[in-house]
Design a binder for this molecule. Structure first.
Ligand SMILES: Nc1ncnc2c1ncn2[C@@H]1O[C@H](COP(=O)(O)OP(=O)(O)OP(=O)(O)O)[C@@H](O)[C@H]1O
Length: 311
């Protein structure tokens, strides 16, 4: 039993240039499908890093490995030097916050309440404290509300604190998700397609917002399909293709790499991840073509009539 209402300390700020996130050899398999294969990625303090790649490249799966939603099949993720716990609420408490590709707000709660929910990892109001509602509880609650209002002001939603989240326009719901993520006082913020569904003005405003978050000392890792947004914003960009990291560098380097263009156009290119597998498929197809029209092979000893073979 506790009536302690003190606030958990936010993670210590990282020194400039210090690595905050270190992912090493992260692999995630779903049955026979390898969605992410041996990915290394480092994000330093005060850096904005972009993660791009064609649809299905493994970006969200990689994010899920960084935030404890998935436990990687292989590899290791460290935050400020410590291996991350395999539970998403513990990862948030450690200092990594995220937003989702599909907005996940509490639709029937107010804007302010949504941000207060985001603060729960930084407060430890015990059961009896909440029931008895003593002075400590009220102090902690007031501090949480004040911080939540500051964050709403920061993202431009203070005037809508009492609105229901479901009544916000789409672009503002995305901003609210960011405010809620910031409420856990993270050292690293992961944004999964923060401008999806936004008009150009909203996208521009989101860019400014991400710069302001970085200026608060929070490192940012962002997945986005809007290339202009990514190349304007990011200090470094990593490209995932078929689950593997194809290249990583500054915007100019990545933009100038013909393999990146080819990957987006779906064209094969020398040394592309999966090229070996593609060559095997071509060989098998050529073989099938060459033997087409010949008598079908005798069934093997193991074949059972009427039983489907594994595909
Ligand atoms: N839980 C899962 N179970 C099985 N397969 C999955 C699962 N999650 C993702 N995948 C598969 O892993 C691959 C990578 O998917 P992922 O969503 O990570 O890609 P993405 O780069 O984020 O794509 P997009 O840009 O379209 O969001 C896809 O082939 C997808 O179908």
């Amino acid at each position: 039993m506790t009536t302690d209402t003190t606030t958990f300390a936010a993670p210590r700020p990282a020194a400039p240039g210090e690595p905050v996130l270190e992912a090493r050899g992260v692999t995630m398999r779903f049955g026979g499908l390898t969605a992410v294969r041996g990915v290394d990625l480092t994000v330093h303090a005060s850096e904005i890093v972009g993660l791009i790649g064609p649809n299905g490249a493994g970006k969200t799966t990689f994010f899920n490995c960084l935030t404890g939603l998935y436990v990687p099949t292989e590899g290791e993720v460290r935050y400020k030097g410590a291996v991350l716990p395999p539970k998403s609420f513990k990862v948030t408490a450690a200092g990594i916050a995220r937003t989702f590709q599909n907005i996940r707000l509490f639709a029937n709660m107010t804007v302010l309440e949504n941000v207060l929910v985001g603060r729960h990892t930084r407060t430890k109001e015990g059961f009896w404290s909440a029931v008895l509602r003593g002075p400590g509880f009220h102090r902690a609650e007031a501090a949480s509300r004040a911080r939540a209002m500051e964050l709403l002001d920061f993202v431009g939603l203070a005037a809508k604190a009492d609105h229901l989240a479901r009544n916000l326009p789409y672009g503002e719901q995305r901003k609210l998700e960011i405010a809620r993520a910031l409420a856990s006082e993270p050292g690293l913020l992961l944004l999964d397609e923060p401008t999806a569904g936004m008009n150009p003005q909203e996208t521009r405003a989101t860019e400014e917002l991400v710069f302001a978050i970085r200026d608060m000392g929070i490192a940012v890792l962002v997945i986005e399909h809007d290339m202009r947004f990514i190349f304007n914003l990011c200090d470094r960009v990593a490209v995932l293709v078929q689950g593997e990291k194809l290249i990583e560098g500054d915007s100019a380097t990545v933009q100038g790499d013909e393999r990146v263009v080819a990957a987006y156009l779906g064209e094969p290119f020398e040394g592309a991840p999966g090229a070996e597998e593609a060559a095997e498929v071509r060989e098998a197809e050529a073989h099938a073509e060459a033997t087409a029209g010949q008598a079908p092979a005798e069934p093997t000893r193991d074949a059972v009539p009427g039983k489907e073979t594994d595909r």
